[in-house]
Design a protein around this ligand. Structure first.
Ligand code: NAP
Length: 337
């Protein structure tokens, strides 16, 4: 069976997803697209050479009879409305992060999905599909280094055009919040945010970069994340787990080791898309496969909600200077363990 997919939002990532599903993956076909910029939506249909209808609105696309499943890749503030509409239509929906721009919005989605009685929602936390994170998780679950005690992580990008306010805490580090609780099979209980000397290259007076985010989990594991989104030198994601019997580190992206001109070196990536391109492919192939089987096995609406609560606690901690509790409501049985 071929899954007939409609895509809402044909901007940067929407276009990439259309291209990968059309050219690289199997089992899915883009049959419908929409964007507030209709010209752009028509342009993607043309440039990709796909036989897809362009709808006027996201709601029209969701309710189109020939659309089996939906990808939401529009601007964040539109996500909640489209995900709720897909649930109301009884259709599986893959939503790029954020699930909604507020924790309350995420909770409304969780409640609607539970009321619908079927798992329909997946959130675009693609790091769970990255080979290096999967290898690291296997080392931890196999018990190779014993129980995890502390994690030292970094999320560094060369620059962050368009970033303002607390976006490092609410927009980019959401990937750490999700992947680390998945890696440890744990939840957070508190957050603290340390604000070091700001770097000059952040540019705007009063704009803070870097941040150090300290999270504590239910199992009392201590996590430190350095978020530095104007680091200049490259796109560099680090995760080192100290366990009872050793240290396990996230594998570095493969690159040729050079001994050249009196230097020994490895290249460092500069673009997040290059770092996670394989993860996106695996993420969508697995989503298509599971959806075609009538299942949903990726990051859930509950995971999207927990990440939103974590981001809120981090913002609060940044301004209070205190350790802020992360009080998660009880996980509904609907979302399993
Ligand atoms: P983008 O290039 O701005 O694309 C968003 C598109 O959605 C734009 O074409 C926008 O049109 C359109 N749009 C806005 N409101 C709409 C509506 N009501 N109906 C239909 N289309 C609408 O942004 P992007 O970089 O692709 O990001 C899209 C989403 O993906 C964001 O939520 C972002 O956080 C997420 N994302 C996730 C990752 C990841 O690592 N998983 C990476 C990148 C982005 P206009 O431009 O005309 O407003």
């Amino acid at each position: 069976m071929t899954l007939k997919i409609g895509v809402i939002g044909t901007g940067a990532i929407g276009k990439d997803h259309i291209r990968r599903i059309t050219r690289n993956l199997t089992g899915g076909r883009i049959v419908a697209v929409t964007d507030v910029n209709a010209e752009q939506a028509h342009g993607v249909v043309q440039s990709e050479g796909i036989d897809a209808r362009v709808y006027d609105t996201g709601l029209d696309l969701i309710n189109a009879p020939d659309v089996d499943a939906i990808i939401v890749a529009s601007w964040g503030p539109t996500h909640e409305e489209f995900v709720l509409a897909a649930i109301a239509a009884g259709k599986p929906v893959f939503c790029e992060k954020p699930l909604a721009v507020t924790a309350e919005g995420c909770r409304r989605i969780v409640d609607a999905e539970i009321a619908a009685g079927r798992s329909l929602v997946q959130v675009g936390f693609m790091r769970r599909y990255d080979q290096s994170y999967r290898q690291l998780k296997k080392v931890l679950t196999d018990g190779v280094i014993g129980a995890a005690l502390t994690l030292n992580c970094a999320h560094r990008a060369p620059e962050a055009p368009g970033f303002s306010g607390d976006m490092a805490l609410t927009d980019s580090c959401v990937h750490e919040y999700d992947v680390l609780r998945w890696l440890l099979d744990d939840d957070y209980v508190s957050a603290q945010v340390i604000v070091p000397r700001p770097c000059q290259q952040a540019g705007v007076e009063g704009y803070q970069d870097p941040h150090v985010i300290l999270l504590r989990t239910r199992q009392s594991i201590h996590i430190s994340i350095e978020s530095f989104v104007n680091c200049q030198y490259g796109y560099d994601i680090q995760c080192h787990v100290t366990g009872e019997k050793g240290i396990a580190s996230l594998p570095e992206p493969a690159s040729v080791h050079l001994r050249h001109q009196a230097k020994s070196s490895h290249a460092i990536l500069v673009d997040w898309k290059d770092r996670f391109i394989d993860a996106f492919e695996v993420e969508f192939q697995e989503w298509i496969n599971a959806t075609a089987r009538g299942e949903m096995d990726g990051p859930s609406a509950w995971d999207g909600y927990v990440v939103a609560l974590t981001a809120d606690a981090c913002v609060k901690a940044k301004y209070s200077g205190q350790i802020e509790p992360i009080s998660l409501p009880e996980r509904p049985a609907f979302y399993g363990r």
